[in-house]
Each structure stands twice: as structure tokens, then as C-alpha cells.
Design a protein around this ligand. Structure first.
Ligand SMILES: Cc1cc2nc3c(=O)[nH]c(=O)nc-3n(C[C@H](O)[C@H](O)[C@H](O)COP(=O)(O)OP(=O)(O)OC[C@H]3O[C@@H](n4cnc5c(N)ncnc54)[C@H](O)[C@@H]3O)c2cc1C
Length: 438
């Protein structure tokens, strides 16, 4: 049967892929999926690429391959720069136009530096595969350079500062501690690897805010055991080429600052000219359309989706995936002349890994708590199940097994020369030691 309806989906993340997979079931619907990358990336495991636990290819999956068997799905590699929500037309950077009976914006998010001085120039964000590869190269290169010139340790060569104590910051800090203590310490025979320091800075007074108090204590204990230093309840005031300054006057010398401090909607959300709420995200109605613009949907991280308690759903992979499937069902309902339904989120819980063998999980809407090895096993199972492609799953399991039993990391590849290049003469901070407090 030839397609009677066209749908344009912008973004092949969890939300876009969830939506397209569901639409692909309908022979009378043709879908054009547009993404700036030709792959779907598994964001929750970016920190494992950054810390050399997984290879980039383990967490990226070709979009064409993903929809290989769906002849009603067309994948286009392009950057979308404009959206007209009334005519359902999107325009790409090359000037091509795609028009559908419905258009779905699933463009995710971008880092929010909250106007922190120097953050956009000097911090390494961790929200895409490109970011993870750059960060991996920076982490490895500071070790290589300190190995050649140990005097750089006094310039903070082995200090790592993670901004943000949410899941991104905590998971990265835990994995980085394992990489340093177990792998780098074994491989850099002449370097004083024990001089390395990891700092987490967060304005809030606890790590992993959305979790319970018991979980907060557990995380702080595990990270403390790994030697991670916490600066809680304090803001970052400036990030320089070789230092970070905190509001309490502390200066930490470093050449590797990781930004896990927050996200906001991408510029494309503003280009749509529709109502934007918190974080610049698009305010949607319960059926995931935008008020007064039938056939225009915003889903996943780019949308503010109201939850029954009056708040909005958090920016999570599970919310993105489920909202994508829901939008697809509403689009098809529209095509069939049926009622669209208000989004209902099935909350399966939240989890975070805090380095090898330690994790926390709060399962289901009632948040049944699991800590330690059992949560670690649950984390492995859930993440492997969510990954796309059998080969990626098998490769990830082999890497996790090897990491767990041999404590050796795999692809410590210094392949991003742009991030690996460090100018040691550039910084203006004058404190000689690694950390100076007032
Ligand atoms: C480090 C990290 C760890 C996380 N851990 C967890 C976790 O443990 N559990 C959990 O549930 N969630 C986690 N999340 C959140 C989760 O990954 C996101 O909520 C989810 O990826 C959002 O899905 P999305 O489809 O809305 O956006 P994305 O996954 O960001 O996908 C957006 C897509 O749109 C494309 N795109 C963007 N702009 C354009 C454009 N202009 N033109 C063309 N294409 C474009 C991008 O290339 C991308 O493919 C984590 C996020 C990060 C960054």
C-alpha cells in the first residue's frame, strides 16, 4: 500500500527513535527521520566512553541500520535550522525543506552553563558522543604530559574538577576514580599517579538530588572511599584555562573541568516560535502537541511535559522513549479521525552507577531502594537491555566483565587532537599548589 500520510521527525535520540519505530508499524504512514548524526547515541553511557570503559562504537548505532527493514522510513543526515509548526515544514542547513502532515521535534538538549564565566571555553560538557571522545582524549593527555614533565603536577595536571553532582557528575567521578586508581596507576610506572585528585562541585547540599536521603549518604560514602573530594553548597564563579574558582574563595588548579551542571533546550526550540518554559523547553499539552498548532509535537528532553503532580517530567531516557511512542499513537489516531490521548508515564524508577561494583537503584513509582552489588547487577541488566543492537550489547558486556574482573580498561585512545592539546603557559591563577583555600 502506498503511504497516505507523511510524518517528519527531527532527532534520532530515545524520543525520536521511539516515535519512528512505532510509526513504522503502519504501512500507510511514511516517515522522514532527520538527524545531524547518522547514528543513535546512548547518552547514559557517555561517561563510560569518556573514561575508556567502552568504545564509541559500543554506544552508537547507525540509524539506517536501525530502520533497514522498515521501507516506509527514510533517514536523512542533515542539521535542521528552522521549523514552521503551522505548515509542518522543516528546513535544513543546506536549504532543503521537508513537509509532513505532522512534524515531531525530538532534538534533545544542550549544556546550560548558567552564564558561568569561562565555562563555554574551558569546560568539557558530556552530552554527546563527540563530547565524550574529546573528554577521553583530554583525560589521557594530561597523564601523558605529566609523565613527560612531572613539574606539571604542581600546575594541577592531575586534578579533575566535575561541575554538577547529579547522575552525570557522580557516574563520571566514580568511573574516573576507578580509571585512575586501577588502570593509570598500573600503566604509568614513573608518574606519581597518587597525586591525582577528583573534585565534585555542586550548588546543592547533596549529591544525586532526586534520590532518597539514604542514597545520598551511600553515594557520599562510596565516593569518599574512592578519594573524591566534595564541595557542596558552593557555586563555581569562574573557569579559567588552568583553574576553577569557587564562591567560597577556593581555587583549584586543573586542566580538565567536566561540565555536568545542567541542560537546556537547543536553539532549534526557539526557532520554532512556540511557547517556551523552563530551560527554554517547549510547553506541550497533555497530548504532546503545542497549543493552537495541531500536528506539531515536541517530545523527550526538548519538551516540558506536565506530570499529574503539577510539575514537569524530568529529562530522562525513559520519559523520552515513552513520549515518543505516545506521540506516534496520537499522530496515527489523528490520521484515523480518533481522539488523541493525554500522555501517561509509566515510572519504572531511577538508577545510578558510582564506579565499579557500586550503584543505587530506586525501583518503581514507590521507589523500592537497592544499593551495592545487587543494584550494580540490576544496572548492568537494565542498560544492556536498553542498548540498541545485539553486537553493542555483547561488546558492552565483555568490556564490563573485563573491567570488573581484571580492573583493566579497554580503549584508552587519544584520538582527538583538538582536546588533547594543552597550553600549559596560558593560565593566570597564581596559587602554586593544587588547591588553595582562603
Ligand atoms: C551523561 C548523561 C547520562 C544520562 N543518564 C541517564 C540515565 O541513567 N537514565 C536516564 O533515564 N536518562 C539518562 N540521561 C538522560 C537521557 O539520556 C535523555 O533524557 C535522553 O537522551 C533524551 O532523549 P531525546 O531523544 O529527547 O534527546 P537526545 O537523546 O539528546 O537526542 C536528540 C537527537 O536530536 C538530534 N538533533 C539535535 N538537534 C538537531 C538538529 N538541529 N538537526 C538535526 N538533528 C538534531 C541529535 O543529534 C540527537 O540524535 C542521561 C543523559 C546524559 C547526558
Amino acid at each position: 500500500m502506498s503511504a497516505e500520510h507523511n510524518v517528519v521527525v527531527v532527532g534520532g535520540g530515545f524520543a525520536g527513535v521511539g516515535c519512528v519505530r512505532r510509526l513504522a508499524r503502519h504501512d500507510d504512514v511514511h516517515v522522514t527521520l532527520i538527524d545531524r548524526n547518522n547514528y543513535h547515541q546512548f547518552q547514559p553511557l557517555l561517561y563510560q566512553v569518556a573514561t575508556s570503559q567502552l568504545a564509541s562504537s559500543d554506544i552508537a548505532y547507525s540509524l539506517r541500520k536501525l530502520f533497514n527493514d522498515d521501507h516506509n522510513v527514510d533517514v536523512k543526515l542533515a542539521e535542521v535550522v528552522e521549523i514552521d509548526p503551522l505548515t509542518h515544514t522543516v528546513t535544513t542547513g543546506d536549504g532543503d525543506h521537508f513537509t509532513g502532515d505532522a512534524v515531531v521535534l525530538a532534538a534533545g538538549s544542550q549544556p546550560n552553563f548558567f552564564r558561568t564565566a569561562g565555562a563555554d571555553q574551558h569546560a568539557f560538557p558530556l552530552y554527546s558522543l563527540d563530547h565524550a571522545q574529546r573528554l577521553r582524549s583530554r583525560i589521557i593527555s594530561v597523564f601523558e604530559e605529566a609523565d613527560r614533565d612531572p613539574s606539571l603536577i604542581d600546575q594541577g595536571a592531575l586534578n579533575f574538577v566535575v561541575i554538577g553532582g547529579g547522575p552525570t557528575g557522580v557516574e563520571l567521578a566514580g568511573a574516573l576514580a576507578d580509571l585512575i586508581h586501577d588502570t593509570m596507576a598500573g600503566e604509568f610506572h614513573e608518574l606519581a599517579v597518587e597525586a591525582a585528585q577528583i573534585h565534585i562541585v555542586d550548588l546543592g547540599h547533596t549529591l544525586l538530588g532526586p534520590f532518597s536521603d539514604t542514597a545520598h549518604d551511600y553515594v557520599a560514602k562510596v565516593l569518599g572511599r574512592k578519594g573524591v573530594r566534595l564541595h557542596l553548597g558552593v557555586a563555581v564563579t569562574e573557569i579559567g584555562a588552568g583553574h576553577v574558582t569557587l564562591a567560597d574563595g577556593t581555587t583549584i588548579r586543573t586542566r580538565c573541568v567536566v561540565w555536568g551542571g545542567g541542560i537546556k533546550a537547543p536553539a532549534l526550540a526557539g526557532a520554532a516560535g512556540v511557547p517556551q518554559g523552563r530551560g527554554g523547553r517547549i510547553d506541550v499539552l497533555p497530548d504532546l502537541t503545542v497549543d493552537g498548532m495541531p500536528g506539531f509535537y515536541a517530545i523527550g528532553d526538548v519538551a516540558n511535559i506536565a506530570s499529574p503532580d503539577g510539575a514537569t517530567y524530568p529529562q530522562l531516557g525513559s520519559v523520552a522513549l515513552q513520549s515518543g511512542v505516545w506521540a506516534a499513537d496520537n499522530i496515527v489516531a489523528d490520521f484515523r479521525g480518533k481522539q488523541r490521548k493525554p500522555f501517561h508515564y509509566h515510572d519504572k524508577g531511577i538508577m545510578a552507577m558510582i564506579g565499579r561494583g557500586a550503584a543505587i537503584a530506586e525501583v518503581g513509582a514507590h521507589r523500592h531502594e537497592l544499593h551495592g552489588a545487587i543494584a550494580f547487577s540490576a544496572w548492568l541488566g537494565v542498560h544492556a537491555a536498553l542498548m540498541t543492537g545485539v553486537r553493542n550489547r555483547v561488546d558492552a558486556f565483555v568490556s564490563w566483565g573485563s573491567d570488573y574482573f581484571s580492573k583493566q580498561r579497554g580503549p584508552q585512545v587519544l584520538d582527538r587532537s583538538d582536546a588533547a592539546r594543552i597550553d600549559w603557559g596560558e593560565d593566570s591563577a597564581d596559587e602554586p599548589a593544587g588547591v588553595a583555600t582562603p
